[in-house]
Design a protein around this ligand. Structure first.
Ligand code: NDP
Length: 292
């Protein structure tokens, strides 16, 4: 392997350490304990794993964790009432409604019912607009984690050619906004993109957020490029269940200058950024200086 491994697990541990220090200071100097509420509707197994992990890490950094678990047949009105109660609770600084929601609910309506200043996922239309216009906002956790790893590796991203594969509201689009904010020349590719291999071959930075196991082979990667693999795909191989990304790690690592592994890359950074966003929300709520 020629590429430098970007160790998201170690980086996330560092971010959590900084969050824990900030939380300790908020408690000591201001008597504030940041609180994060996670709302889970239904029993999607992957969502249950994420919610458990978020709750555990929230407590580990010294914050309060509140979980609301609602049945899959909960009405939209009842879910909105839970969000409203959390919006009005001063001990709660961050609210996250775990997606996907059951089919009978309008996801946009629910997300936009969260108070924007408590929207630690950064999916509320106000935060999307603020990010798009370069104003202070809550930044979606997965793209924020990717950006932090890129800045850490490169220092400045100015002038670099970046290709984001995927245009979802939760990863692809905000990722592109953040890269543009850091003065990259950004291309957003998707399922209708023509000549995807050629588009990817131009990129100094490739962010793959597709949800197709090992779709990006090494020969699409420009020599020395930085590859951030957001994909989390569960596959069966050699009779075992394995997690792989959207990039074929082995062949891409031969050509890339730096690459994130799956698991241990973007995944751990996502939750670390959620915790960091919650501290930011708590500071803003009390008019205190935000973490850098
Ligand atoms: P979505 O399914 O919402 O979006 C996938 C995107 O990929 C779409 O824009 C789609 O294009 C595009 N796409 C699909 N097929 C192709 C193709 N053949 N060529 C080019 N583009 C294609 O997924 P998400 O953005 O929610 O997630 C993407 C991946 O990231 C998943 O594996 C998910 O599990 C993972 N993920 C990881 C997180 C983490 O913490 N590490 C957090 C969130 C997601 P079109 O719009 O045209 O359909």
């Amino acid at each position: 392997m020629a590429a430098t491994l970007i160790d998201g697990k170690a980086f996330a541990a560092k971010v959590r350490g900084q969050v824990a220090e900030h939380v300790a200071r908020l408690k000591e100097e201001h008597g504030i304990t940041p609180g994060l509420a996670v709302v889970l509707v239904g029993e999607d197994p992957a969502s249950q794993v994420y919610v458990r992990s978020k709750g555990k890490q929230t407590v580990e950094v010294g914050m309060n964790s509140v979980e609301h678990k609602l049945d899959a047949d909960t009405s939209e009105a009842d879910l909105l009432a839970v969000v409203e109660q959390l919006n009005n609770d001063p001990s709660i600084h961050g609210i996250l409604v775990q997606l996907p929601l059951p089919k009978h609910m309008n996801e946009d309506l629910v997300i936009n019912s969260i108070a924007p200043e408590k929207d630690v996922d950064g999916f509320h239309i106000s935060n999307v607009g603020l990010l798009g216009t370069g104003q202070k906002s809550m930044v979606p956790c997965t793209p924020l984690g990717c950006l932090m790893m890129l800045r850490d590796h490169h220092g400045s991203l100015s002038g670099m050619d970046a290709v984001v594969i995927g245009r979802s509201n939760i990863v692809g689009k905000p990722m592109a906004q953040l890269l543009l904010g850091d003065s990259c020349t950004v291309t957003i590719a998707h399922s209708r993109t023509k000549d995807l291999p050629d588009v990817v071959r131009r990129a100094d930075i490739v962010v793959a957020a597709v949800g197709r196991p090992e779709m990006v082979p090494g020969d699409w990667i420009k020599e020395g490029a930085t590859v951030i693999d957001v994909g989390i795909n569960r596959i069966e191989r050699d009779g075992k269940t394995k997690l792989v990304g959207d990039v074929d790690f082995a062949s891409a690592a031969e050509r890339a200058g730096a690459i994130t592994p799956v698991p241990g890359g973007v995944g751990p950074m996502t939750i670390a950024c959620l915790l960091a966003n919650t501290v930011t929300a708590a500071c803003r709520a009390h008019g205190l200086k935000e973490p850098e």
